[in-house]
Design a protein around this ligand. Structure first.
Ligand code: NAG
Ligand code: NAG
Ligand code: NAG
Ligand code: NAG
Length: 459
């Protein structure tokens, strides 16, 4: 071989070197997390909307997930180089009402979108991410409480709208307004559980129970089989589920159940049974045995490498939640941690894209699948960073609550009543009104189905 050929060979070899993550090698997880964090932040810094802190191009909610994962990254690796952009983005998108419902997104977002920001703030409080030092700024805990109060205000008690539940969308002209979905209710449940865990305020415990019980009563999830569906329609009294399977629906409820389990000292059977049931369904649904059973696959789209931007983030959300489950329900760590580290090893093998270890979405494939983007980097970052729980000593890794080192400032009466759209209060319902309401609901349901069909076709 001539020198030139050797040089080319070395160059190609270096281009295709995976992020080699080894099960028992903590440093290899840190190195991989550093690479994915750097790539994710490069995408973030290059976005068109970079003048608006925290705002991604074409999507708003993903900023919440992004900061959640970057906080996890700081927590587990100690690398604080991204802390300023985290603080800036979270503080900016909290909006004037300090509840992650800024005027810029009112009219376009759903409950779930707002919830991901609130959960990021909760993560900041639990992982002792320093509160925004700006004078007068509300603490991360306070921002999560403000958002919680919004969701509490939006809960519907009316029997005509399924006797409970949060709608998917907030605006009547958006299709999901006539539906209630698992992630909106699962993330509200989780937020309530985490606020209860952190603060001990009984109001949050009551809400965690209310949301869980309603989710069972509707057909969002089944507390015998632990199968979690995606969406139910108000028109069908929330008993007609879209049964699509998404990992984050499972993770949102499982993590909340783990916090409730912990805060009730393992004494309430409901939470342990629920956590165990959901975890078993999670493993059997999203960790295909043909790839060894420890590598997560978003089964609705990963096998074709055709996940949309939202779906690409779900594996990252799962990693963040599983990591915490292993800490607050330590009896699960023996089964949870191999699912995290196995997925991280797989993700590492997918990160051979281009010259800088771009990550793909099929973590079980053993190679890069040719897709790339900020979402792939975010999910990879999350699984590398959050797998570090495998090397933590129990009790030292957090999360913290208000009695054990947590010092984020509280603002329990924040948010709420933010001038947002409220469904009309139905008084004296006549037969005519009911028929009218049914027709309107059917029209919305029809529009919603049309949108879903169109989206499916467009893929
Ligand atoms: C399932 O839900 C029903 C209705 O809320 C409740 O009575 C029952 O105890 C629950 N079962 C389990 C295993 O949680
Ligand atoms: C609750 O979580 C802590 C860690 O935060 C752990 O040490 C403790 O054992 C957990 N309690 C139960 C009942 O598992
Ligand atoms: C919380 O504690 C950390 C040190 O652990 C400190 O840097 C920070 O200023 C404290 N925050 C508040 C709001 O007291
Ligand atoms: C408990 O939470 C509720 C609901 O957000 C709030 O209204 C109340 O002020 C809180 N109580 C305390 C003591 O913080």
């Amino acid at each position: 071989m001539t020198f030139r050929l050797i040089w080319q060979f070395l160059l190609i070899a270096s281009l295709t070197t995976a992020l080699t993550v080894k099960e028992n090698d903590r440093a290899s997880f840190v190195t991989a997390a550093k690479s994915a964090a750097s790539n994710a932040v490069s995408y973030y810094n290059d976005r068109q909307s970079k003048d608006i802190p925290g705002k991604f191009d074409g999507t708003w909610w993903e900023g919440g997930a992004f900061f959640n994962f970057l906080i996890n990254y700081w927590h587990w690796t100690g690398d604080s180089q991204y802390n300023d952009i985290i603080t800036e983005g979270l503080a900016y998108q909290a909006g004037d009402n300090n509840d992650f419902y800024p005027s810029s997104v009112q009219g376009t977002i759903g409950n779930d979108d707002q919830e991901f920001w609130a959960l990021a703030a909760m993560t900041a409080a639990e992982q002792k991410f320093p509160d925004n030092p700006k004078a007068g700024a509300v603490g991360w805990l306070g921002l999560a409480q403000g958002a919680f109060n919004d969701f509490m205000d939006r809960w519907e008690y009316d029997k005509l709208t399924c006797g409970g539940g949060l709608r998917w969308q907030l605006v009547p002209t958006l299709g999901g307004y006539t539906a209630k979905n698992s992630i909106s209710n699962g993330a509200f449940f989780q937020l309530a559980a985490r606020l209860y865990w952190y603060s001990g305020n009984q109001t949050y415990a009551t809400w965690a129970n209310t949301v869980w019980d309603w989710s069972v009563q509707s057909s969002l999830f089944n507390n015998q089989t632990w199968k979690i569906n995606d969406i139910v329609n108000i028109a069908g009294d929330c008993q007609n589920p879209d049964r699509s399977q998404y990992s984050y629906n499972y993770g949102s409820y499982a993590a909340g159940a783990a916090y409730m389990y912990n805060k009730t000292n393992g004494k309430e059977e409901k939470w342990k049974t629920g956590l165990d049931g959901i975890l078993q369904m999670t493993w059997s649904t999203f960790y295909p045995t043909k790839y060894g059973g420890n590598i997560i696959s978003e089964v609705i789209c990963d096998p074709w490498a055709r996940c949309d931007r939202d779906q690409l983030c779900f594996k990252g959300l799962m990693a963040s939640w599983l990591s915490t489950i292993a800490l607050v329900a330590p009896y699960t760590s023996g089964e949870v941690i191999p699912k995290l580290t196995g997925s991280a090893v797989g993700a590492g093998q997918s990160c051979t894209g281009e010259s800088n270890n771009q990550c793909g979405q099929q973590w079980y494939a053993g190679k890069w699948d040719g897709t790339k983007g900020i979402e792939q980097e975010m999910s990879a970052l999350s699984v590398f960073a959050n797998s570090l729980v495998a090397f933590a000593y129990e009790g030292t890794a957090g999360p913290v609550d208000a009695d054990n080192g947590g010092n984020s400032t509280s603002n329990p009466d924040g948010g709420g009543k933010s001038g947002e759209y409220k469904p009309p209060v139905l008084k004296d319902i006549t037969g005519g009104d009911r028929a009218g309401a049914a027709i309107v609901t059917l029209l919305f349901a029809g529009a919603w189905i049309a949108i879903v069909l169109w989206l499916l076709r467009a893929k």
